[in-house]
Design a protein around this ligand. Structure first.
Ligand SMILES: *[C@@H]1O[C@H](CO)[C@@H](O)[C@H](O)[C@H]1NC(C)=O
Ligand SMILES: *[C@@H]1O[C@H](CO)[C@@H](O)[C@H](O)[C@H]1NC(C)=O
Ligand SMILES: *[C@@H]1O[C@H](CO)[C@@H](O)[C@H](O)[C@H]1NC(C)=O
Length: 379
């Protein structure tokens, strides 16, 4: 009896192992991710920063998570892009923040932290020590635990067929801007590009073959920037037809052109590696210019805030305002899904959901690729 149970158990183990060794080949022009690993800042943080702070950050409190039903440590009214992607790829139900995970299973994990940069930033209250290279190190440690458990042969296909999302660098620009556009162009951007190159190389040497590099979205339209640029004399900066700051858009576009060149260079340099470039800026622009079609009514005001032109006035609790002003007066809009940003900096769940559809379909991605679902259960 016991031996039958043992034999069945052994069979089960064997079949698990043989499954992890055989990976379905995707169609031409698509990839079929076995997992999604995310390296990111607050736009994709799945809760790490809040877990690290013992649930004491803003994202662990109302009104964050208001659409989801409770705060989850995400800087949104609900979910963020990695969550939607892994749901739609039929991988996991929700993105798992790496700090929440202590097992050795083959799962998608989110290594992102709010405030994370590519280069180390000092004298910034909102920056995080979990910079890109540190997040990659966390991944490498996680991977070696899994490899230790299952063996290299069984683990390698899993990691080679995973999608590695790199959504980081925007905070380097945000934190650098007070030092001037010239400084950002001459100093910040080259350092960010080098840091991204090193980190992606490290991922490659630990098995990554499909990297999705996000560019920086339309921060030039964010209520937070619009609010703070009101301090400058009229005519000093310019605004486009959508109400966004032209000079900030130019700087972001320059940064993005460097990111695109980096993606192409790394793809050339490392055999078997493709760094897909997700033009988030262009995707964001498309939605901005066709906002009614997507159900948006408000692109330039924060859903949550303390009033004023951009609903970002100083005594609000949400992103535009001082973060430790806990007795502040703020209101939360009735329909977050009609707004681009939830707190003046970070987007709403509705916006992130639309972006995840673009990514799945391969829209705004170079080289063109689409994502196939259902590769966690390997056939
Ligand atoms: C691992 O995580 C689970 C669930 O989050 C928890 O119950 C368990 O105590 C953790 N184990 C260790 C060794 O930390
Ligand atoms: C940036 O570099 C350009 C060209 O080398 C130089 O003219 C400019 O002064 C630099 N700006 C700053 C802020 O370093
Ligand atoms: C929080 O508020 C206190 C008192 O108002 C202030 O001294 C401190 O600098 C604030 N901290 C941050 C991170 O803004």
């Amino acid at each position: 009896m016991a031996s039958t149970v043992l034999a069945i158990f052994a069979l089960f183990i064997v079949s698990l192992f043989s499954q992890s060794a055989a990976i379905r080949s995707p169609k031409e022009g698509s990839i079929c991710p076995t997992a999604v690993f995310t390296f990111a800042d607050s736009l994709s943080d799945g809760g790490n920063r809040d877990i690290e702070a013992g649930g004491k950050t803003l994202s662990g409190m109302y009104p964050y998570g208001v659409t989801y039903g409770r705060p989850t440590g995400r800087y949104s009214d609900g979910l963020v892009i990695p969550d939607f992607l892994i749901q739609k790829l039929h991988l996991e139900n929700l993105g798992i923040p790496s700090l929440e995970f202590n097992g050795t299973e083959f799962v998608s994990l989110n290594f992102g932290y709010a405030g994370a940069t590519v280069i180390k930033v000092e004298n910034q209250p909102f920056s995080s020590p979990h910079i890109f290279s540190a997040q990659v190190d966390d991944f490498v440690r996680h991977r070696s635990k899994v490899v230790g458990e299952y063996g290299r042969e069984d683990s390698s296909p899993w990691y080679e067929n995973a999608l590695y999302m790199v959504e980081i660098g925007g905070d380097d620009i945000n934190f650098g801007l007070p030092l001037g556009g010239g400084y950002v162009i001459n100093v910040t951007i080259p350092a960010v590009i080098r840091g991204l190159a090193d980190g992606i190389h490290n991922l490659y040497s630990h098995g990554a073959r499909h990297v999705l590099l996000y560019n920086m979205p339309r921060a030039d339209c964010s209520p937070n920037y619009l609010q703070s640029f009101q301090q400058f004399p009229e005519g000093m900066y310019h605004y486009d037809k959508d109400g966004c700051i032209v000079e900030i858009a130019q700087l972001i576009s320059y940064f993005n052109s460097q990111l695109q060149a980096l993606a192409a260079e790394l793809t050339q340099e490392y055999p078997g590696l493709t760094v897909y470039y997700f033009d988030w800026f262009a995707a964001n622009t498309y939605v901005l210019e066709n906002m009614e079609e997507f159900g948006f009514t408000n692109s330039l005001q924060s859903c949550c805030g303390g009033g004023g032109k951009f609903n970002c006035d100083g005594d609000g609790l949400c992103g535009c305002a001082p973060l430790n002003h806990t007795d502040a007066v703020y209101t939360v809009c009735e329909h977050p899904s009609e707004y681009f940003t939830f707190d003046g900096i970070h987007y709403t769940e509705h916006f992130y959901n639309i972006m995840s559809d673009f990514i799945l379909a391969g829209n705004y991605i170079t080289p063109k690729v689409s994502l196939e679902k259902g590769c966690k259960v390997i056939v």
